[in-house]
Design a binder for this molecule. Structure first.
Ligand SMILES: C[S@@+](CC[C@H](N)C(=O)[O-])C[C@H]1O[C@@H](n2cnc3c(N)ncnc32)[C@H](O)[C@@H]1O
Length: 210
């Protein structure tokens, strides 16, 4: 048994609701790029531990991470999820509804940059942000997240290692450049305390100063 399987089995990461979402995604030929089960559990724990009530997710896909985030909310908490594809957003909505979160989740469809600009204009505030969409825009998403963050808000991001491509300083691919910019801004912002973890494809957690 390898270490990932050991941790997966020992910490009970098998979950019928989430497994069903993955099966349906496969039936629909959707890309298998949801967060790993262990990262999903970490998201639930982080939302719960932070006591977050207004969660923003950028990149919904099939709703896998959405269910994990929503599970961390109290009964009055809400999840706002941004997704480019109307088909994915509708599918994610149905999965969140089946998981019991129909009343707590709202989807905004279209380029996340436009949805974020609208949320800023509406005066939205979030106490937990999960960034997991197109990599070239991560730094832009961070800027918007900071505009809507409250003191103590957690800002998390998946894929910060980009399959280790981030380690090659000569790589000028748009995703790599975008991720480098994001990490540089995250780690140099005096309002943020941050850590990068080697879980999955690399996971960053930052907390906005109080
Ligand atoms: C890695 S997947 C998200 C996985 C999801 N967070 C999960 O773990 O279940 C990235 C998602 O971001 C969406 N996306 C890509 N570019 C986007 C954009 N410009 N605006 C909003 N969503 C975008 C994709 O359609 C895809 O569903």
């Amino acid at each position: 048994m390898d270490r990932d399987l050991y941790l997966h089995e020992t910490f009970g990461c098998d979950d019928p609701v989430l497994t069903r979402i993955l099966e349906r995604m496969k039936e629909r030929d959707m890309p298998p790029i949801s967060v790993l089960p262990s990262l999903g559990r970490l998201l639930t724990l982080l939302v719960k531990t932070a006591g977050a009530e207004r969660v923003l997710e950028i990149g919904a896909l099939g709703g896998y991470s959405g269910v994990c985030l929503a599970r961390g909310l109290g009964k009055d908490g809400t999840l706002t999820s941004l997704e480019l594809s109307p088909t994915f957003a509708e599918f994610a909505r149905s999965n969140l509804a089946e998981a019991g979160f129909a009343e707590q989740v709202r989807y905004r469809v279209g380029p996340a940059i436009s949805s974020l600009a609208s949320l800023v204009l509406e005066g939205a505030r979030f106490d937990f942000v999960f960034i997991d969409a197109d990599k070239p825009n991560y730094a832009n998403y961070l800027e918007y997240a900071l505009q809507m963050a409250l003191p103590g808000t957690l800002i998390c991001a998946d894929n910060v290692l980009l399959g280790d491509r981030i380690l090659d300083s000569a790589n000028q691919d748009a995703s790599v450049v975008g991720m480098r910019t994001f990490v540089q801004r995250l780690t140099s912002n005096h309002r943020l305390e941050s850590v990068g973890l080697p879980i999955g494809d690399g996971f960053a957690i930052a907390r906005v100063a109080r």
